[in-house]
Design a protein around this ligand. Structure first.
Ligand code: HEM
Length: 447
């Protein structure tokens, strides 16, 4: 806790990389806590359509990169973290994830309570097996045949609810609600200091988390069993997860019931939070930019391709990426550009900083300008809301189809304006969310 971190710190210093100094045992955890608290205590201004969100959603990156330059080194307890936003380095790390030098960081056991033991958390052989199976339900043809009708009918129901202002609740909504409560506890646990063994003690919060976990698992188990009886709906995610697949050696591979529950919990979080928040940001940006709303509505009504809707979604994901940073770890001593990175260093890939980098995107980097996506990509790793390399988002096609459909259905029917009660406060909760929601005034279009 003293000698090794000091040695690593000097190793980086010799290469010109500095940062907030190491403090024994706790590293920079106290400063990180303060920076986040300060960031979330005040709303973010939204002057002249300026969406510079870094001070709010990645305050440690914003403050320390200005103080120490890029990249810089900070300490998660006794673990060194190198914070990076250089697209070449990010490409090298993400493309080579799982290849021996870099991989995801071992998953924080606290995360299990939210994600279950699903794809996001797995490494090595187990990840390869799950990913091979899970690629199937998310292919475009499956998304169109299996998910799109549900997306359309659920969105119609939502629009009807907006009109009728009433809410129903079935088993799926119950699981979402349980997961949302779990997220509050998860966030508290992540913000608090990592005391080994604390998560096993029957504290009030831990007991509540265990109860929620048990209830969620039971609800999913009930769904699985019901699905087992009624297997004609072969396109549902659950049925596809319960099917077997042939691997390259022509052997049958199948997930166990517990593995299915783990993946299902992963998807409740990864599938819902990210896309729902991205859609909220897209609605806000459209409400703030009438001219783009009109362009998109015209496109949707006349069914003339969907380039502008795509561009709007990409620009939303650039300005407000639901996943603000990716974490990796160097498992061997590696050379990253000109930097020698010792094994055990964690790599904080500052995705939001990359998306807002004026050197990559120009002086209007913080402005909403979907036109920028008309041109071909500047750099493979300049725009990576879904990640890059082998661990890129398995649900990307589903998310894109879902967001396009929902957005198109909303703007076809309503014109949007930001409510005067809206307070702009982007917050990194687990994904990037509007801290106080997005209040929008909907007016029925005459179309
Ligand atoms: C706007 C919506 C979404 C965004 C921005 C997003 C973003 C991401 C990103 C950045 C990663 C890579 C994480 C890393 O490299 O460490 C990822 C992975 C993942 N995403 Fe998404 N995602 C979205 C929607 C979805 C949906 C709809 C699903 C499923 C229903 C999903 C399931 C997953 C899973 C399971 C992984 C882990 C993949 C693996 O490790 O092999 N995501 N997502």
């Amino acid at each position: 806790t003293i000698w090794i971190p000091m040695r690593i710190q000097s190793h980086f210093k010799r290469q010109g990389i500095t940062g907030p100094g190491y403090r024994p045992i706790f590293g920079n955890m106290a400063e990180i806590g303060c920076l986040f608290e300060e960031a979330t205590s005040k709303p973010s201004p939204l002057h002249d359509g300026d969406h510079d969100i870094l001070p709010w959603v990645a305050p440690i990156y914003h403050v320390w990169s200005n103080m120490y330059g890029k990249p810089f080194l900070y300490w998660a307890g006794p673990i060194p973290r190198l914070a990076i936003s250089d697209p070449d380095m990010i490409r090298e790390i993400t493309m080579n994830t799982g290849g021996g030098s870099f991989d995801k960081t071992g998953f924080d056991p606290k995360g299990k309570i939210l994600f279950g033991q699903g794809l996001v958390a797995l490494l090595g052989q187990q990840w390869t097996l799950h990913r091979r199976i899970l690629n199937h339900p998310f292919r475009m043809e499956r998304v169109k045949a299996g998910w799109l009708p549900d997306i359309v009918s659920e969105t119609s129901k939502m629009l009807k609810k907006w009109e009728e202002r009433r809410a129903g609740r079935d088993e799926f909504e119950r699981i979402f609600m349980l997961q949302e409560q779990q997220m509050q506890f998860f966030s508290l646990a992540v913000e608090s200091l990592n005391i080994p063994g604390l998560r096993f003690l029957p504290t009030k919060n831990n007991r509540e988390m265990w109860r929620l976990e048990k209830e969620t698992n039971e609800s999913i188990r009930a769904l699985t069993r019901a699905n087992n009886k009624n297997r004609d709906d072969s396109s549902s995610l659950l049925s596809l997860l319960m099917s077997s697949y042939k691997n390259q050696e022509d052997e049958e591979e199948m997930l166990t019931e517990d593995e299915i529950i783990g993946e299902f919990r992963t998807f409740y979080f990864t599938g819902k939070e990210t896309s729902a928040n991205a859609l909220s940001w897209a609605l806000l940006l459209l409400a703030l930019n009438q001219e783009w709303q009109d362009k998109a509505r015209e496109e949707v009504v006349r069914v003339i391709g969907n380039n502008k809707v795509n561009m709007i979604i990409d620009e939303t994901l650039r300005l407000y990426p639901p996943i603000v940073m990716l974490m990796r770890k160097a498992y061997k001593d590696v050379k990253l550009g000109h930097i020698e990175v010792p094994a055990g260093t964690e790599l904080y890939l500052a995705l939001a900083a990359l998306h807002h980098d004026v050197h990559v995107w120009g002086n209007d980097a913080h402005k909403f300008n979907p036109w920028r996506f008309k041109e071909s990509r500047k750099h493979l790793a300049a725009f990576i809301p879904y990640g890059l390399g082998p661990r890129f988002c398995v649900g990307q096609t589903l998310a894109t189809v879902e967001m396009k459909t929902v957005l198109a259905m909303i703007i076809r029917k309503y014109s949007l304006a930001v409510s005067p009660t809206y307070i702009h406060a982007p917050k990194l909760f687990i994904s990037l969310e509007p801290q106080n929601g997005v209040q929008i005034i909907l007016t029925r279009t005459t179309l």
